[in-house]
Design a protein around this ligand. Sequence first.
Ligand SMILES: Nc1nc(O)c(N)c(N[C@@H]2O[C@H](COP(=O)(O)O)[C@@H](O)[C@H]2O)n1
Length: 157
Amino acid sequence: MTIYFYKVWQPYGCFSNFSPHSIEIQGTYWSTVEHYYQAQKFVGSVDAAIIPTIRDSRTPEEAAALGRCSSRQLRPDWDFVKIIVMREAVLKKFLTHADIREVLLSTGNEVLVENSSCDYFWGCGADKTGQNHLGKILMSVREEIRKLQVLSVVYRE
Ligand SMILES: Nc1nc(O)c(N)c(N[C@@H]2O[C@H](COP(=O)(O)O)[C@@H](O)[C@H]2O)n1
């Protein structure tokens, strides 16, 4: 059975990057994965000054609006690094918060799909043909956490 998720208040809402689960990366605190992801678009760009404003946004929606503003210049390598950036943040989120880690592990080997009707890259799009990169990242993070748990048992013995 495929598990679809999208909005925070819907089933499996903790899989959304907008869910209220903070992460710390290289000593900096981010309220949500979305805050971190949107800010990383401008690292090393002429518009890097927007990063603290994105970080301090009151909501992930606000952070996303700032990051999506088309008048600002993205870092030149964004298309090459965005999946790596997202995976790092999603992994950190599920390593940090035990309650949602259990939700992720409870999905077993089910296929996870971000059910966004407008996003054919991170989600499945309106017709379900999208690339679903967020779902793929979540499945690979699930696998990595399982392996880490096995290792922690082995090294405890
Ligand atoms: N608008 C919106 N609302 C939500 O609740 C969402 N989960 C998303 N999807 C996320 O938007 C991010 C992609 O942003 P860019 O288009 O690259 O700026 C990514 O985190 C999706 O998961 N969107």
